[in-house]
Design a protein around this ligand. Structure first.
Ligand SMILES: [Zn+2]
Length: 98
């Protein structure tokens, strides 16, 4: 299995271990994971903290050119909110499962 998808799955498992929803994501730049996260809606009482948003947030604020070279791996097809965030940053996306 692709190591980045495996990392996203590992994040999803961590979310389950925390009592949350099993969705994980990682952001990859130049072959390196620069951000990882998982759905934290239950844990944080959040309406927007999806796995993709968490991974992007944890990547930190970077220039637009940085995101153009990133790929976001996620364990679920992104929802419209996350798709918008991904498109706005020009990341490419790969997902597995649903
Ligand atoms: Zn979403």
């Amino acid at each position: 299995m692709d190591e980045y998808l495996q990392a996203a799955i590992d994040e999803a498992r961590q979310g389950v271990a925390e009592g949350g929803i099993p969705i994980g994501s990682v952001v990859v730049h130049d072959g390196k994971i620069v951000g990882r996260g998982h759905n934290r809606r239950v844990q944080q009482g959040s309406t927007i903290l999806h796995g993709e948003m968490d991974a992007l947030e944890r990547t930190g604020r970077k220039p637009a050119s940085f995101y153009r070279d990133c790929t976001l791996y996620t364990t679920l097809s992104p929802c419209p909110m996350c798709s918008g965030a991904i498109v706005a940053r020009s990341c490419s996306t790969r997902f597995r499962g649903s």
